[in-house]
Design a protein around this ligand. Structure first.
Ligand SMILES: [Zn+2]
Length: 313
C-alpha cells in the first residue's frame, strides 16, 4: 500500500536541498562575482555573541568593502559610484548589544548606522514585541488566548487593537523582569556616535505603520525626529519598522529632508530606484559561515523569494 506525501513536505524538502546547494562555496562565489555593483545593506538587530560577530565581520571584510552614511548620500545625490562589493552595516531597534559592538565595528574600519526608537531612550521601556516575547517566555498567555496574542495577528490588526493587547500583556508580566530594558542609554548612544557611527530614525515606538492612520504615521516619524535632533543626532536615514513601507511615512521622511529610507525585504540594492525604498538583507550574527556568505552574495535572497512564491501558490 502506498501513502501519498503531502505537497507541502515535498516543497519543504526541495527548499532545504536547494538552500544547501546555494550555500555551496562555488555557488556563493559565482553569485558574488556576478553582482559587483550591487550594494549590500545588512540589517542586523542585536548582537548575540560579540566574538562570533567579530569573526563574521572579518570574513565579510575579506570579500566586501564597508561604506558609511556619507558614501550612501553621495551615491544617491551626486551619483558618486560606490566601491565594488560595497556593504553598509545597519542595526535596528537601538539595542544595547548593538551599541556595545560599536568599538569592534570601528576597530575594523566600519561606520555603521543604528536605527533607534526614541521612546525606549526617553523612558526605559520595552518595544511591543519584546513585551510579547517576555509574555510568551513567562507563560502568561493561556492556550485559549494564543490566537488573540499571536504575533502575526498583532502585526496585522489595527494599531489601537495591538496597543491594547500589549498593554494587557504588560500588566501580567513579573515586575522584576521589567527592571532592565533591552535598549542602551543616551550615553551609550553618544559613545556610538563618538566612534564614528550614525543614528537613524526607526519611528517613536515601532508600530506597524501600515496599520496606523496617516496622522499617526507622520507623528511617529516626526516625534522620533524631534527627539533625535534635540539630542544632536541629526538623522538623515529612516528605517520602516518591520520593513512595512507606507506612502505617509515615506512622505514624512522626505519632508524632514531625509536622504533615504530602508526596507527589510532581503534583496541586494541597485541604487537606481526610489531612495526611500532601499532594500536590505536580513542577517544575524548567529548565522553560520556558509549562510552568511550566501546571504551576502545574493544567492540566499534569490532562494528566499523563490520559496515564498512557491509557498504562496
Ligand atoms: Zn525594528
Amino acid at each position: 500500500m502506498s501513502e501519498s506525501i503531502p505537497a507541502s513536505s515535498v516543497l519543504a524538502g526541495a527548499t532545504r536541498r536547494l538552500r544547501k546547494g546555494l550555500q555551496h562555496p562555488l555557488v556563493t562565489h559565482a553569485a558574488r562575482l556576478g553582482t559587483p555593483t550591487r550594494l549590500r545593506i545588512l540589517a542586523y538587530h542585536g548582537i548575540e555573541e560579540l566574538a562570533n560577530f567579530e569573526s563574521a565581520v572579518v570574513r565579510i571584510l575579506d570579500d566586501y568593502m564597508p561604506v558609511n552614511g556619507d558614501d550612501i548620500v553621495a551615491a544617491l545625490t551626486d551619483r558618486r559610484p560606490l566601491p565594488k562589493w560595497s556593504v553598509w552595516f545597519t542595526f535596528d531597534d537601538g539595542l544595547k548589544s548593538t551599541l556595545d559592538a560599536g568599538e569592534t565595528l570601528a576597530k575594523h574600519g566600519i561606520q555603521a548606522t543604528a536605527f533607534i526608537n526614541p521612546s525606549t531612550y526617553e523612558r526605559p521601556s520595552f518595544l511591543w514585541f519584546q513585551i510579547l516575547d517576555m509574555a510568551e517566555s513567562q507563560g502568561v498567555i493561556a492556550p485559549t488566548e494564543r490566537a488573540k496574542f499571536s504575533r502575526k495577528r498583532l502585526k496585522e490588526c489595527p494599531d489601537a487593537e495591538r496597543r491594547a493587547a500589549i498593554h494587557e500583556l504588560d500588566g501580567r508580566l513579573d515586575p522584576a523582569s521589567k527592571t532592565l530594558t533591552a535598549s542602551g542609554s543616551l550615553s551609550d548612544l553618544r559613545d556610538w556616535v563618538q566612534l564614528g557611527h550614525e543614528v537613524g530614525n526607526h519611528t517613536w515606538d515601532h508600530p506597524c505603520l501600515d496599520n496606523c492612520d496617516g496622522e499617526e504615521q507622520r507623528r511617529q516619524v516626526e516625534r522620533a525626529h524631534e527627539w533625535l535632533v534635540s539630542n544632536h543626532f541629526d538623522p538623515r536615514f529612516f528605517a520602516y519598522p518591520n520593513g512595512n513601507w507606507s506612502s505617509d511615512s515615506e512622505g514624512a521622511a522626505r519632508r524632514l529632508g531625509y536622504s533615504a529610507s530602508v526596507l527589510f525585504d532581503h534583496h541586494l540594492e541597485r541604487l537606481h530606484g526610489n531612495p526611500h525604498m532601499l532594500s536590505r538583507l536580513r542577517i544575524s550574527d548567529s548565522a553560520s559561515r556558509s549562510r552568511s556568505a550566501s546571504i551576502l552574495s545574493g544567492a540566499h535572497s534569490g532562494l528566499y523569494h523563490a520559496a515564498r512564491r512557491l509557498h504562496s501558490l
